[in-house]
Design a protein around this ligand. Sequence first.
Ligand code: FES
Ligand code: FES
Length: 153
Amino acid sequence: MISLKVNGTVHEVDADPGTPLLWVLRDNLGLTSVKYGCGEGMCGVCTVLVDGRAERSCVTTVESVQGSEILTIEGLPADHPVKAAWTELQVPQCGYCQTGMMLQAVDVLTARPDLPDGEMAAAMDSVACRCGSHPRVIPAMRQAAGKMKEEKP
Ligand code: FES
Ligand code: FES
């Protein structure tokens, strides 16, 4: 049995220790927001937060994240500045990449809400979007960053 803390709840899952986190989240825990793309750590659509850092769940074994706090988009509060900005500025098109995109943005902005646009864009290039949503991602990140800076103590 593997013990995983996901979105604040501890789950005991019957999985081989080497199973990619992606499949345990989707198949064992029903968190289908976590998407499969390349399966090789290249496209970013499977991104989740592990102890606050964006990780590619397709190349992360469940064994390696026991004891960590795992967050999927279901666990990100509806009023989180990133989720709110994404909704307000209607960033998604088909939506397939967007859960990974938002969680990558949370990681980037939590570390550096004052990041210049160019560096923000470079940090988000690692999540692939076939619909071409990147031009809407940066304004949404700028809006979210403003809110996150206000909220910072
Ligand atoms: S499916 Fe994980 S990086 Fe592409
Ligand atoms: S919104 Fe369709 S792949 Fe990104």
